[in-house]
Design a protein around this ligand. Structure first.
Ligand SMILES: [Fe+2]
Length: 308
């Protein structure tokens, strides 16, 4: 195919954005059209392939509802979610690394007192999570909100599993005056992302496995700080190096320390064996947070790309 095939069409599609009043929308749509056309040109996409892609995206939407979000899953397995995360929350520095939200978050978890359990059905191996929420200088943040969620011992989130109570293994906790939190959950297990829909079909076609390393999710927020969406991963998990959604970060892999003594377990209100995990979350103050995509385009891209 000629290098310039369709280039007049691409230029016309880009010129059609001239009346877009929002500069950021104009920039993003311009880049989308340019890259989409370049992709079609480079792959010499057939009409059958384009139709297959549209059918795939249609099925991805049709299987989604308020309990299943196949588009987030698709974004996750393509590495797009993690790329957006890395651009908006660069690794390094003093603040805790972030990672993807994933498709299983549900707002409205119960507000629980410190020390309470998020498990409503006492399945799995108990794990006691504790630590502090801090500013980058080490100052504790009282009243910080931790919104946590994890799967049960069968690898299923409650909305995937009719045998679990509604909102099981979800909870919201606020740090005390010293910025401390503690709650009981279960030791996370590795699990397969839902592979009975379009995304599963795609993974099989690509020869990929659907597993994620064991983890628990957190959104940590406090007034004056940038909300942190992250996971803690279980050290030693076999899928840490091949996470189906590319979301593992070394700094988020933690030791789950096993305890077998009944007296220790009783002191924590659990049964042996159980695990303890300690982790301090460090939030980024709002006044120092970068603002990726701040309105239009990166300066270099604006100069180079904005003219059709
Ligand atoms: Fe998850």
């Amino acid at each position: 195919m000629r290098e310039d095939a369709g280039s007049a069409l691409t230029a016309a599609a880009r010129r059609s954005l001239a009346g877009t009043s929002d500069p950021r929308l104009r920039f993003v749509m311009d880049r989308l059209i340019a890259h989409l056309h370049a992709f079609i040109r480079e792959t010499e996409l057939t009409e059958a392939e384009w139709l297959r892609a549209i059918q795939f995206l249609t099925a991805t939407g049709q299987i989604s509802d308020d309990r299943r979000q196949e588009f987030i899953l698709l974004s996750d397995v393509l590495g797009a979610s993690m790329l957006v995360d890395e651009i908006n929350h660069p690794a390094g520095g003093l603040v805790t690394a972030s990672t993807v939200l994933g498709p299983f978050y549900r707002p409205g978890a119960r507000d629980l007192p410190l020390g309470a359990s998020i498990s409503q059905d006492a399945r799995g191996e108990p794990a006691v999570f504790s630590g502090r929420v801090l500013a980058p200088g080490g100052t504790p943040i009282p009243g910080a909100l931790l919104d946590v969620w994890e799967t049960n011992e069968n690898g299923l989130y409650e909305q995937q599993d009719p045998d679990q109570p509604d909102m099981n293994l979800r909870g919201r906790f606020r740090t005390d005056a010293a910025g401390r939190y503690t709650f009981t959950g279960i030791k996370p297990v590795s699990y397969a992302i839902p592979d009975d829909g379009p995304v599963g079909t795609l993974l099989r076609a690509l020869g990929r496995h659907p597993y994620r390393p064991a983890h628990i999710h957190f959104i940590v927020s406090a007034q004056g700080y940038r909300p942190l969406t992250t996971h803690l991963f279980v050290k030693g998990d076999p899928y840490l190096a091949s996470d189906a959604v590319f979301a593992t970060r070394d700094a988020l892999v933690v030791d789950f320390i096993r305890h077998d003594t009944p007296t220790e377990a009783a002191a924590h209100g659990v049964t042996a064996p159980f695990y303890t995990v300690t982790y301090d979350f460090v939030l980024q103050p709002l006044d120092t947070a970068p603002a990726p995509g701040g309105g239009t385009a990166p300066q270099s891209a604006r100069i180079k790309e904005a003219q059709p």
